[in-house]
Design a protein around this ligand. Structure first.
Ligand code: CO
Length: 200
């Protein structure tokens, strides 16, 4: 792979990588650690609180969160590798946005409390009970790793405006693709499979 020195970029809807369901990681190496730092940086650059690997075109089961969105708050940085929800309870609505679908903010119903299992980059088990904004962010980012977007949770009645925006982005994307400015879905998937084979 010649990807070693390439910078990550944030991808936007409807890039096919956002629909890719990633497999668990079996190996954390120095390149992956570098990419995790880049993911935090991109997240801060765009004032986000969470970012999943497929949002930077990587097929790995990991996401980063910093609820403060403040790069100086290093102690608030969380990395979840191979994350899972063990138990969930309650439900509540809350507003969400996503760096891959800028300017869309909608109410999404999520579980209120979670018991989660994940691993840190140095292999320590993370088994926490979480709630509030962290639980919401965790569910939003875990969805990404399964190829699910927050707009998929909308009821048809509340999704009319959102739908129009998504269709506009889909048109723009297919035009960019016909100009050769975006790769074909086959090329995107082939690249993801190649990267996936290195660590899963
Ligand atoms: Co998102």
């Amino acid at each position: 792979m010649s990807d070693v020195n390439s910078k990550l970029t944030l991808i936007r809807y409807p890039h096919p990588s956002l629909r890719y369901r990633s497999k668990p990681i079996r190996r954390v190496d120095s390149e992956l650690l570098l990419w995790i730092r880049e993911m935090f940086q991109l997240m801060y650059d765009h004032n986000g609180v969470g970012l999943a690997a497929n949002q930077v075109d990587l097929p790995y089961r990991l996401f980063v969160i910093n609820l403060t969105s403040d790069p100086s708050e290093k102690a608030e940085e969380l990395v979840f590798i191979n994350p899972e929800i063990i138990r969930r309870s309650g439900s509540e609505e809350g507003e969400e946005g996503c760096l891959s679908l800028p300017d869309i903010r909608v109410q999404v119903r999520r579980s209120k409390e979670l018991e989660i299992l994940a691993y840190s980059p140095n292999g320590e088990e993370i088994r926490w009970r979480i709630n509030g904004l962290l639980a919401r962010a965790f569910q939003h980012e875990l969805d990404h790793l399964n190829g699910v977007l927050f707009v998929d949770h909308l009821a048809p009645s509340e999704s009319l405006n959102v739908r129009a925006t998504l269709e506009e982005w889909e048109r723009e994307y297919s035009m960019a693709r016909s100009r050769g400015q975006q790769p074909s879905t086959e090329d995107v998937i082939a690249r993801l499979k190649e990267l996936e084979a290195l660590r899963t």
